[in-house]
Design a binder for this molecule. Structure first.
Ligand code: ANZ
Length: 836
């Protein structure tokens, strides 16, 4: 029996003692930067973390073996609401809660056997980390990249904080689940929109990114090219400007609609109580775009009318409508019910005409006066020209991307380094004041909103002798994760990073994380990189060269008949029946779903590491599914992984004698076929596994390794030479296994008599290209003894098969056409002669 407990802890200790994964900045080898998204220290690692970090570790270990100077760091994304919520619930300081969790998580991460350089660990709530962001922010401000404005914000009434649009999921706060409200507050923003075009254009350079993520970012940036059109208000010389991407449908216009926040709506609300009421209601419901998209389309007539810009005889009513966003375009639209779903719903409700103006099948314009018969694109062009000539339209490119609101009314974040003077002026904190530290003594009763604002003294400060009040908002925690990958490379005391080192070791060569970060974190980090370059801190454009977004882990769900969820460890399956261990009752089997605490379909990693071992968990997680795809965690899968380890252990017990593992040394044409087969399979496996590791096809690599070890299990070493070959094969196997199961591989490697650990610089095995070519034969095709063609095909075709192939060959056909075949002579692997 393989004793995983003692083996795994032994190697973990040895790696640590010898500091084998320390990154050497002075090394002359090529660098390779592997990074997994760092965890939030919630307390325990779960299966999703495990998958994320094991994938990264396999990449890192493989690259070490390929001779790269690998940087593989780890840290903790340590600011955030849960710490504050814990403070409120359990009367513990957020700092203590966070650091306690970090200690637990660090230990857990280390127990997975990661090849991480722990010397570079960073913790974002450490003032030595966050002080640099205060500096960045002040610099951004000086360069016009940070600014303050009154803004409609998404207000989470439970967490008492502002949420970014992305943190509102179907109208509810992403953490609290509370219905989100709208509120106006003075907020700090970063000018992400300055980079809209760059962020979009450079997606094309990110060829190593998952296509799904690229598509999501493109959609999020949402470039659209359209037209601004002025509609004149009748009996007034005022106009309403709308934005449209479909000017060719202008004759289908049934109404104009403006946002409840449009200046005209706000003005009307002052004198019209029903409009005021409508606006307030829209205000309460309108939160994120998904909600607005889904909610019932409602409007109210303003009493205003506008003239159609292409036909003065047409007048349209102006509505205030709940589906028109103030933040997009001009906050006003023309409604075309026949060709837009929202406008259609609206028209149905208010009995407005629905006039079709595009024949979708033919792709031409109809019912549109001078546009009739034109193609959609020609009509677009025409409308735009006609309106431009009248001076009532202009081309406009819009982006859906918004500036990033970074203010949060919370304690456990990085203080925003600004002050308000008595006369209302806003000023950046003076250099000598930095860093602005969080006060330690705060009231977490949860009754007074932001503890920084209600702190008795903290916010009172001086600025050049004047009285001042500190900004009590802190940064959104996505601020910290927007640049942490730079700080791992070099962490000087007084500056955020060393620029030369960044130029040398950035970008991250392989970034790995969950697809849930496709737009938030990954877009902010890209923006931050560009913004830091703009203010002269950096020279690079993009932070992440290759991005792998791993799939989710699913597990079957179990319920009692009464509908109570059960943990997988609460049930047992016997003779096809699954019963509850507690009651003996049969349980209801649910489908396999994304692991979640609420459905209890989670597994305890500690127990699995204890019973099956870390390597078994690593092997299982990497085995059946490509990293990108969702995978099913099954008890039989993890058992199977453990059994395979046992088989490997037994296989290596057959090793005897000395070992030499230079690949080419052994090949000899005079070897018997079985020896040749063994060698060829060894080389072929190395080639195949290397290819798969390069492409992150770990599941396919493992399949190849298993074929190889199955073969070795059957192989009988009969003589001394055989033993040598067999030992060579085993040593190759240990190396191939090492990225996936590093503890086991290290142990097996030592069993083979090696003195140095694999992780102390063993190379990935090489292969002899000559030995991996498929065995092929060149077949001479003759007609009446005359050579007509030579074909190359795999060896081993039968006579009948060869005849068939020969008769279908063009050159042969030409020479036998119309003639009677008298005889065919075929010699396997050599020739076919057709006599006619
Ligand atoms: C008339 C029209 C006719 C439209 C039609 C669509 C279909 P993208 O492509 O995403 O940029 N729109 C413009 N501003 C809006 C706002 N503030 N709130 C809600 N909707 C707004 O979308 C542009 C289209 O979204 C515009 O084109 C406008 O409706 C609507 F058959 O104009 B369209």
């Amino acid at each position: 029996m393989y004793n995983h407990q003692s083996v795994e802890s032994k190697w973990q200790k040895t790696w640590k003692d010898k500091d084998v994964f320390a990154f050497d900045e002075k090394s002359t080898k090529s660098k390779y930067y592997v990074l997994e998204m760092f965890p939030y220290p919630s307390g325990k690692i779960h299966a999703g973390h495990l998958r994320n970090y094991v994938i990264g570790d396999c990449v890192a270990r493989y690259k070490w073996m390929k001779g790269f100077n690998v940087l593989h760091p780890m840290g903790f994304d340590a600011f955030g609401l849960p710490a504050e919520n814990a403070a409120i619930a359990h009367n513990i300081h957020p700092r203590d809660w966070t650091y306690q969790n970090i200690d637990i998580m660090r230990r857990e991460l280390q127990s997975i056997g990661l090849s991480v350089d722990w010397n570079r660990e960073l913790i974002t709530c450490d003032p030595n980390y966050y002080k640099h962001e205060q500096k960045f922010f002040i610099e951004f401000y000086k360069h016009g990249l940070a600014y303050q404005k009154e803004a409609q914000v998404n207000w989470d009434p439970i967490d008492q904080t502002v949420l970014a649009n992305e943190q509102v999921i179907e109208g509810r706060g992403w953490r609290s689940g509370a219905l989100v409200e709208r509120k106006k507050l003075k907020q700090w923003f970063l000018k992400v929109t300055d980079f809209s075009e760059d962020l979009l254009r450079e997606l094309k350079n990110l060829t190593g990114w998952d296509e799904r993520v690229l598509a999501m970012q493109e959609k999020w940036i949402g470039k659209s090219e359209g037209l601004l059109i002025d509609f004149k208000i009748t009996n007034s010389d005022q106009q309403i400007q709308i934005y449209t991407t479909r000017p060719e449908t202008l004759f289908g216009a049934a109404f104009l609609a403006i946002s409840p926040y449009h200046p005209i709506s706000l003005a009307l609300a002052k004198s019209d109580s029903s409009i005021a009421k409508f606006n307030t209601e829209a205000n309460l419901n309108a939160v994120d775009e998904q909600t607005i998209e889904k909610q019932e389309k409602k409007g109210i007539k303003t009493g205003l009318k506008v003239t159609h810009p292409l036909d003065p005889n047409i007048e349209l009513d102006v509505y205030i409508a709940n589906f028109v966003l103030m933040e997009y375009g001009t906050g006003a639209i023309f409604g075309c019910p026949a060709h837009d779903q929202r406008d259609f719903d609206f028209a149905k409700k208010y009995q407005l005409p629905i006039k079709q103006v595009v024949d979708e099948e033919k792709g031409i314009i109809i019912n549109s006066e001078f546009l009739n018969g034109l193609s959609v694109s020609a009509a677009k062009q025409k409308v735009s020209e006609v309106l431009a000539a009248k001076n009532v339209a202009a081309k406009k490119t819009n982006y859906r991307l918004r500036d990033w609101g970074v203010s949060r009314q919370r304690y456990w974040g990085c203080p925003i380094p600004f002050l308000y003077l008595e006369d209302g002026t806003v000023v950046a904190a003076e250099d000598h004041e930095l860093p602005i530290l969080l006060p330690a003594d705060v009231d977490f009763s949860g009754k007074h909103g932001n503890p920084l604002a209600s702190h008795p003294t903290w916010k009172y400060a001086k600025y050049k002798g004047q009285n001042a009040i500190r900004e009590t908002d802190t940064f959104d925690t996505f601020f910290e994760s927007s640049w942490y990958f730079l700080r791992y490379i070099s962490a000087p005391k007084d500056t955020a990073f060393n620029r030369a080192a960044i130029n040398k070791f950035m970008p991250v060569d392989q970034y790995i994380g969950g697809v849930e970060h496709a737009v938030l974190h990954l877009l902010y980090a890209r923006f931050f990189t560009k913004a830091l370059k703009k203010i002269g801190y950096l020279d690079i454009d993009e932070p992440f060269k290759n991005l792998l977004t791993q799939g989710m882990i699913h597990h079957q769900t179990f319920k009692t008949k009464a509908g109570e969820w059960l943990f997988p460890t609460d049930v047992k399956t016997e003779n096809g029946k699954t019963i509850s261990l507690k009651t003996g009752e049969e349980v209801v089997l649910g489908k396999s779903e994304k692991m979640s605490k609420s459905k209890k379909n989670v597994v305890g990693l500690d127990e699995i590491f204890e019973t099956h071992g870390v390597d078994a968990a690593r092997l299982f997680i990497m085995s059946d599914t490509p990293p990108k795809r969702d995978m099913d965690w099954t008890e039989s899968g993890i058992d199977g992984a453990r059994r395979y380890i046992e088989r490997l252990w037994k296989l290596f017990e057959r090793y005897e004698g000395t070992i030499s593992y230079d690949a080419s040394e052994f090949y000899d044409e005079k070897f018997s076929d079985r020896k040749k087969d063994l060698l060829k399979l060894t080389h072929k496996t190395v080639a195949a596994v290397e290819k798969e590791y390069e492409e992150l096809g770990f599941n396919r690599a493992i399949a190849k390794i298993r074929e190889f070890s199955n073969f070795l299990e059957e192989y009988e070493a009969r003589d001394a030479e055989d033993k040598k070959l067999f030992n060579f094969a085993l040593s190759t196997l240990a190396l191939l296994l090492s990225p996936i199961m590093p503890h086991l591989a290290e142990e097996l490697w030592m069993k083979l008599g090696n003195k140095e650990m694999i992780s102390q610089g063993a190379n990935f095995p090489s292969y002899n290209p000559k030995l991996i070519v498929e065995d092929t034969a060149s077949i001479a095709l003759q007609v009446n003894g005359k050579l007509r063609a030579v074909i190359t095909i795999p060896k081993g075709f039968s006579k009948v098969e060869l005849e068939k192939i020969a008769l279908e060959e063009n050159q042969v056909k030409k020479h036998i056409e119309g003639k009677e075949i008298r005889k065919i002579i075929s010699v396997p692997d050599k020739l076919v002669n057709i006599v006619v």
